[in-house]
Design a protein around this ligand. Sequence first.
Ligand SMILES: Cc1cc2nc3c(=O)[nH]c(=O)nc-3n(C[C@H](O)[C@H](O)[C@H](O)COP(=O)(O)O)c2cc1C
Length: 186
Amino acid sequence: MIGFAMCGSYCTHALALQQLISLRERGLEIQPMMSENVYATDTQFGSAEELRRKVREICDREIIHTVVGAEPLGPRTPLDALLLCPCTGNTLAKMALGITDTAVTMAAKAHLRSDRPLVICLASNDALSANLKNIGLLLSRKCVYFVPMRQDDPEKKPHSLVADFSLLIPTLDSAMQGKQYQKIFV
Ligand SMILES: Cc1cc2nc3c(=O)[nH]c(=O)nc-3n(C[C@H](O)[C@H](O)[C@H](O)COP(=O)(O)O)c2cc1C
């Protein structure tokens, strides 16, 4: 079973859903998760209810969306891997600093107790400013892997990095072998 946790980078949810479908097409069992924000927030990119419906339909499972729901995802209910897709700057920073106050950060903390792969598919406007040090901290953490990232709009958003979502599955495959997919920056 693979965990698929979605954070509030709403503009990348369509890309994340494509990857979720590809994972299911590979025959994988997926436990979906959402941060509390994603589970409840309507934006110009879509309603929370619609997103929840699609994710439930693709995974054929209920969505974990609370700290209490995510807490067993450690040694008690182990996942083979946990994907954060998309991961926000907010969740990245919390993980780097050991803060555990959302369903997704709880899932990450519980999962890492078992030294199993955690794959971060980042999309953040402050990845090259406030969050750059946190990328560095997490790159050096055991069992944490990054989907290759690029500057998506260097002129207008000079501090932004967005992962190449199409490399999520190759990154997962490498992570399952204990290796960071290369290159990290595309
Ligand atoms: C429409 C909209 C789009 C957003 N896009 C992003 C994004 O791409 N990356 C990001 O790091 N934060 C983005 N945010 C901010 C996060 O949603 C916010 O930091 C939130 O607290 C994240 O919570 P979570 O990490 O628990 O999901 C966006 C917010 C809104 C309302």
